[in-house]
Ligand binder design. Structure first.
Ligand code: ATP
Ligand code: MG
Length: 346
């Protein structure tokens, strides 16, 4: 099967057009791109807060707007709209990784990827979970696929062209997966240089993309070690729930081991707080503890809890197209700008 081929022209690099008519900043945060034409951003202006955004992210929206304090309790920097790029590649590889299940890895992979693509970056998403949730989330039925990332990993001479699928998002491609990938975990054990199999498979693709984002499965097994070995950066999504920090020590230990033994260039890019709801004291406390533990490693961007995300899975598309003006779409666009700002700071 093939994914729906994109008929869309490439989005411009001056940000999403869909939000332009909304007339106010969602929550008054640094959403410069979303201002209607002819309006200028004034940080002191009183904007009518988007009620959903205010409720999920800001217990005291007025104070946060006034003092420009972000949901993590730190002053919110301005993340500029990324300028256009005339040439693409070589790609930065990001592994979306947490061995805990259901923390927002797949949701963040799809939506960060789509937001980067909206900003004119060429993006390759790699479904590295035999469950195939990333593929499903992009409207692909994994059961119908003949060729997946499994074939690319295990069959010498397999060309990536045969496995790659275009997505409905202009500039974003997918290496899909299905249950076949679970066999790779076993088969790779007897391979030479088994930890760097994915790295070798991705290498020929890097000149064509600006970002490769790998959606890891919820385990620290050989597939995840392959993703970490291939990656330049790791993003760790953390659900703002009581057990969020449990297991993070094991994850950081694994990242350090891969750094020491297999991939010295690997870095933790950031911890991404997901499913945050400021209406609960609990969510706020968990976020405060995460910031206390990881400090500057925590992204300023926080993803609020909204039912829009489960809806997008059913729709088989990113939130940036499914609900372009939504709070969730704005959050992932801000994350894309924050990730790009961190890249440029290097
Ligand atoms: N910010 C959010 N608000 C509400 N629901 C969310 C949010 N992010 C993700 N979800 C939902 O939570 C569920 C788990 O998310 P997701 O599949 O992205 O996590 P995951 O870490 O990839 O899970 P797994 O470990 O099983 O691969 C999904 O149903 C998703 O739609
Ligand atoms: Mg997942």
């Amino acid at each position: 099967m093939t994914a729906h081929q994109s008929q869309q022209a490439h989005h411009g690099t001056d940000g999403p057009q869909g939000d332009a008519g909304s007339g106010h900043l969602p929550g008054g945060f640094a959403e410069h791109a979303e201002l209607p034409e002819g309006h200028f951003y004034d940080p002191d202006a009183e904007f009518e807060p988007d009620p959903e955004y205010a409720a999920t992210l800001a217990p005291d929206a007025a104070r946060q707007r006034r003092e420009r304090i972000g949901p993590t309790g730190r002053p919110l920097p301005y993340f500029p709209i990324p300028g256009p790029v005339s040439e693409h590649g070589p790609a930065k590889i990001i592994a979306m990784c947490n061995q805990k299940g259901g923390v927002g890895k797949t949701t963040s992979t799809i939506n960060l990827g789509a937001a980067l693509a909206e900003y004119g970056r060429r993006v390759l998403l790699v479904d590295f979970d035999p469950q195939g949730a990333l593929s499903v989330g992009l409207g692909v039925n994994p059961m119908e696929l003949d060729l997946t990332v499994y074939n690319l990993l295990m069959e010498r001479g397999m060309s990536s062209e045969e496995v790659l699928l275009k997505t409905a998002v202009a500039g974003m491609d997918l290496l899909p997966s299905n249950i076949d990938l679970s066999a790779a975990e076993v088969q790779l054990v007897s391979e030479v240089a088994r930890e760097s199999t994915l790295q070798r498979a991705l290498e020929p693709l890097l000149p064509d993309y600006d970002f490769v984002v790998i959606d890891c499965q919820p385990s620290l097994g050989l597939l995840t070690v392959n993703a970490l070995t291939a990656a330049h950066k790791v993003i760790v999504p953390l659900e703002c729930e009581f057990f969020a920090l449990r297991g993070v020590a094991l994850l950081t230990e694994t990242i350090e081991k891969v750094q020491e033994r297999l991939n010295p260039q690997l870095e933790l890019d950031g911890i991404l707080a997901t499913m945050y709801d400021s209406r609960t004291v609990h969510s706020r406390e968990v976020l405060a503890r995460v910031v206390e533990a990881f400090d500057d490693n925590v992204y300023h961007t926080v993803i609020g809890r909204t039912v829009r995300f489960p809806e997008t899975t059913v729709a088989g598309e990113p939130i940036t197209t499914y609900a372009s003006n939504s709070v969730g779409a704005a959050a992932y666009r801000q994350l894309a700008r924050e990730v790009l700002a961190r890249c440029h700071a290097e």
